[in-house]
Write a protein of this length. Structure first.
Length: 95
C-alpha cells in the first residue's frame, strides 16, 4: 500500500456530496420545494395504488418509485421554471 494515497476515489459518492457539484447545487436549491411537493406526490398516486388488488410488496415499491418520479418531474419541469411558483411555494432562486 502506498503511503500518502487516499483510499477514497475522487468519484466516490462521499466526495460528490461534499464538494461543489452540479447535483449538490440542484438538490440544495430544490430541497424545500421537493419537501412541499412530495406530500401531494405521495397522496395522488397512493390513492390510486391503494385501490388495486396487488399485494403490499408490490404497492409499496410502486408508490415509492412513482412519488419520487412525480416529485422531481413536477419540480424540474413545472416549479423550477416558474419564478412565481418558486416564490409562492417558499423557495428562493439561487441563480
Amino acid at each position: 500500500m502506498a503511503t500518502g494515497s487516499s483510499w477514497r476515489s475522487s468519484a466516490s459518492p462521499a466526495n460528490t456530496l461534499t464538494r461543489d457539484a452540479p447535483l449538490r447545487a440542484y438538490l440544495a436549491e430544490a430541497s424545500l420545494l421537493i419537501y412541499v411537493l412530495h406530500q401531494l406526490a405521495i397522496v395522488l398516486p397512493g390513492y390510486l395504488i391503494i385501490q388495486t388488488t396487488a399485494p403490499v410488496a408490490v404497492k409499496l415499491p410502486l408508490l415509492l418509485a412513482s412519488s419520487i418520479a412525480l416529485t422531481f418531474v413536477v419540480y424540474h419541469f413545472g416549479v423550477r421554471r416558474s419564478p412565481a411558483l418558486v416564490t409562492a411555494l417558499g423557495g428562493r432562486r439561487t441563480r
